[in-house]
Design a protein around this ligand. Structure first.
Ligand SMILES: O=C(O)C(=O)C[C@]1(C(=O)O)C=C[C@@H](O)C=C1
Length: 388
């Protein structure tokens, strides 16, 4: 166990922890000496470790500064995390990519927060789903994932406080909206407190790893659709069987030689399957957007999105009455979707995503105006735009 120095004692001297920018390797001609290079790396590792420990101590101090709070969820600050990660991207000059650096810093923050107590995050299970990957991408590996049987159950467990947050898929770049997720907001009191974008790479997995054995392919309907072209070309005769998740597909595929699953590579590891082919999605930019569900609205991060649920009154120009105050203030809208409202026949609810945070103008003023005229507006959440 490492000996901990008190952050109070050291920081009162207001000395920055870093001893200036470390010297990068000089571009000397010829082959560098391996022992010398490793000695440099060893020295840097020592510094990195010391700085991570020091950061963790400061994060602990932040926890204390927030006062005595009831649970881990009370220490979590998505707006602050987004700001930290945006600065990481702004500072990055390579050679590591933005995604790599953001992942590393996300893990550091995740570990710092877990010092209090790990966050509990509900997701569409079982182990090995893309939803689980989205949990790791957004909350890091120090959060505790709770695999659940359905999207409805994720909403229920967060509402019942058995999970601090939930992560549910809401749309795919090629296949569009997951209607069942949107519809949950018609009755659920939960709020959206974050979004995660995940590049989704699909693989054909089976027990034997031989395509000629395959007569059935299991997967989530969205994943079957994402790979429709590839399946028509390579497995035209195989039966396509939709199941509740990709990981569930992998779980079934491990039971027989003539079955395959379309799922992520993680599922191959979790269920002991071999990869026949991959990536097999028809579009190379295949991306799924997930929502982070919580119970409260967090403060602005400086680059936010707001999701609204609007019930329109049945009169001419009602939708215009909602959109006009937004447009007049130059607020950009990047999504509008109508769904049958549960209130009555042929009544519709509109899901609208706009730029900005409800606590900040111009959105705050626009919403005050919308509320007066057009219909019922519910703020589903204002949250940081996904950092990568
Ligand atoms: O700044 C805070 O509020 C902290 O609790 C520290 C910290 C961090 O490690 O940077 C940790 C968890 C929060 O979610 C946000 C940031």
């Amino acid at each position: 166990m490492a000996k901990r120095k008190s952050p109070d004692a050291r920081t009162r001297q207001a000395k920055p922890a870093t001893a200036g920018k470390p010297a990068a390797p000089a571009k000397a001609a010829g082959k560098p000496d391996l022992d010398e290079v490793r000695a440099q790396i060893d020295g840097l590792d020592r510094q990195i470790q010391q700085l991570i420990v020091e950061r963790a101590q400061w994060a602990h101090q932040v926890g204390k500064a927030k006062g005595k709070l009831a649970a881990a969820v009370d220490y979590y600050r998505p707006e602050r995390e987004a700001q930290v990660l945006r600065r990481v991207v702004d500072r990055n000059e390579g050679p590591l990519g933005d995604e790599t650096l953001v992942r590393l810093f996300r893990e550091i923050m995740s570990a710092c927060l877990a010092q209090q107590e790990p966050l509990k995050i509900g997701f569409l299970g079982p182990e090995g789903t893309f939803s689980q990957q989205a949990v790791h991408k957004h909350f890091g590996h120090s959060a505790k994932g709770l695999p659940l049987a359905s999207i409805e159950e994720v909403f229920q467990e967060v509402a019942a406080r058995n999970a601090d947050f939930g992560v549910v898929p809401v749309e795919n770049s090629g296949q569009g909206t997951i209607q069942s997720t949107l519809d949950m907001f018609l009755t659920s009191p939960l709020m959206i407190c974050g979004e995660v974008e995940l590049r989704v790479h699909q693989h054909l997995l089976s027990r034997t790893g031989r395509i000629e054995d395959i007569e059935r392919v299991y997967s989530h309907p969205m994943s079957l659709a994402q790979c429709g072209g590839w399946l028509r070309q390579n497995l035209p005769k195989a039966e396509k069987i939709p199941v509740s998740s990709n990981a569930e597909a992998a779980r079934r595929a491990r039971n027989s030689d003539d079955a395959a699953a379309i799922a992520g590579e993680t599922a191959a590891h979790v269920y002991g399957l071999k990869t026949i082919a991959g990536p097999i999605e028809d579009r190379s930019d295949n991306t799924t957007r997930f929502l982070v569900l919580g119970r409260e609205l967090f403060p602005p991060s400086g680059h936010d999105r707001t999701s609204l649920l609007v019930f329109i009154r049945d009169r001419p120009g009602a939708l215009y009455g909602v959109l006009e105050p937004l447009a007049r203030r130059g607020i950009s809208m990047n999504r509008i979707e109508s769904r049958p409202a549960h209130g009555g026949l042929w009544q519709y609810a509109f899901f609208i995503d706009v730029a900005g945070h409800v606590h900040e103008s111009p959105l705050r003023d626009a919403l005050a105006e919308v509320g007066e005229s057009a219909g019922d507006v519910r703020v589903l959440g204002s949250y940081p735009v996904a950092v990568l």
